[in-house]
Design a protein. Structure first.
Length: 476
């Protein structure tokens, strides 16, 4: 974990003060300009889409518990299903934790090996690793330290490496926890309300194919605050609202037989591999739920460049898997109305279908921001209805209200003081986020039309990109 820098708090606070001052001064100084209801509506599409989705997910999160006669409590909750209705408390206490393994694919981990061994030292007897073609001393050092690590000298990419590792596990292991090497399992005094063994016991008895714990971002400066808020919303609202139609993540628990079947049908691409896992499992009638009582943490991208590359890869993977697995999406959507909402309307419509509208919305908000500067600096930009500062001001105010509600309903109390300073700026983060999203989508189409990307993210090498194009049928 990186040390928390003092300026990481002063930075967002200073920007918030400047933003508030800009809003007040620009609106006060703005000359009468054309105001268009249509332009106002389009400019605020980002706000409206997020607000409607947030409200619907809060409702569904509560309903999943109330439907079984319970009551939702953020303090005692964290589950997307009513576990008490499935597992009687007496039965849960007497069941022994089944044999399980913690598995991971690793590649050139030498620089971070000490952190990994410290984080998973207490679980060393459970850990099974496979090297995905490492070229440094990772495998040698792990074996010298007594860790189980297979090495075939082949880079299969993560899904293929995990499929190979599963075949080598002892037959009695029925549950596996798939991890990324940079995560840390948090204990009972670090955010989790249950231990790993309790999670495993509950998971086994549900009969579900997979379960996802809560992932949080380790505190580390200005950019990490935005990601911490983003992850809190994604897990404590997004996944928690999905009942047993959830999406797996880089850290997930699987029934071994279910994961083996999934990897047999998997494209073995590293792009959105977890989303692809979820679509395959759910399309076969399996169940995936979220259990936020167990918390794992990871470091977010430490630089803007790494963050940008990560998001380009994410959204390239999203459109790739969604288009290739659309038949599975349709089968999942027939299972439940809210599953249809999440996989067809939200992902297919709000995330992919109206992306061009979101680009226009972001452009209008930028023009409105410049219009506010014009009101302060006189004739900085041409006057007109597109540059009315009220559009941006309204968007900032609405998103701030949404952010404050989310802060107090979805973010754990212990994390609020860390996240709170960037809440007024979260609209700016959402707008900037459109850029790597767009590049990721463009990469998808460019790879298929022109056999090359417009931006090379860090997930795969150029050679791997050629393999991906060949697998997609682009190259003869």
């Amino acid at each position: 974990m990186k040390p928390l820098r003092a300026w990481s708090l002063l930075g967002p606070l200073a920007v918030c003060v400047l933003l508030a001052g800009w809003i007040v001064l620009s609106v006060a100084a703005a000359r009468t300009a054309g105001f268009s209801i249509l332009v106002f509506a389009v400019a605020n599409v980002i706000v409206y889409a997020d607000a409607i989705d947030f409200a619907l997910r809060l409702y569904m999160r509560r309903r999943h518990t109330l439907a079984a006669g319970g009551g939702y409590s953020p303090r005692n909750g964290g589950l997307s299903i009513n576990l008490s209705a499935i597992l009687p408390p007496d039965a849960r206490r007497v069941v022994q934790a089944p044999p399980f393994a913690i598995i991971a694919s690793i590649f050139n981990l030498e620089d971070r090996l000490q952190d990994f061994m410290a984080a998973f030292g207490p679980y060393k007897h459970r850990v099974w690793l496979i090297s995905d073609g490492s070229t440094d001393q990772t495998v040698l050092r792990l074996r010298q330290a007594g860790w189980r690590c297979f090495d075939d000298g082949v880079n299969r990419r993560k899904p293929g490496a995990l499929r190979r590792l599963l075949a080598r596990l002892p037959a009695q292991i029925d549950i596996v926890m798939v991890i990324d090497p940079d995560i840390r399992i948090r204990g009972l005094n670090e955010g989790s309300t249950i231990d790993l063994e309790q999670f495993i016991r509950d998971f086994q008895q549900t009969g579900a194919a997979a379960a996802c714990p809560r992932i949080m971002i380790e505190p580390d400066g200005f950019l990490a605050r935005f990601q911490a808020f983003e992850y809190a919303l994604a897990f404590r609202v997004g996944r928690e609202s999905l009942a047993d139609f959830s999406v797996t993540s880089g850290v997930s628990f699987y029934r071994r037989s279910a994961l083996a079947r999934t990897l047999d049908e998997h494209s073995l691409s590293v792009y959105a591999e977890d989303f692809e896992n979820a679509l395959i499992l759910l399309s076969h009638g399996e169940r995936i739920y979220y259990d936020g009582r167990l918390v794992v943490s990871t470091e977010g991208p430490g630089s803007l460049q790494h963050w940008f590359s990560q998001r380009v890869g994410w959204y390239h993977g999203l459109i790739k898997v969604y288009s290739e697995r659309f038949s599975e999406v349709l089968r999942i959507s027939r299972r439940s109305p809210f599953a249809a909402y999440n996989y067809l309307i939200y992902i297919g419509g709000l995330a992919l279908g109206i992306h061009l509208v979101k680009i226009v919305s972001a452009a209008l908000l930028l023009l409105s921001f410049l219009g506010g500067l014009d009101a302060l600096l006189n004739d900085f930009v041409p006057q007109g209805s597109l540059g009315n500062p009220q559009y941006f001001t309204a968007a900032v105010g609405s998103y701030l209200a949404l952010g404050v509600i989310a802060l107090f309903t979805c973010v754990p109390k212990a994390e609020r003081s860390y996240i709170a300073p960037i809440v007024p700026l979260y609209l700016c983060y959402a707008i900037v986020h459109i850029v790597p999203m767009t590049v990721g989508f463009v990469n998808f189409f460019a790879l298929r039309l022109f056999r090359r990307r417009v931006y090379q993210d860090h997930y795969e090498s150029p050679a791997d990109a050629g393999i991906e194009a060949q697998e997609a049928g682009v190259i003869e």
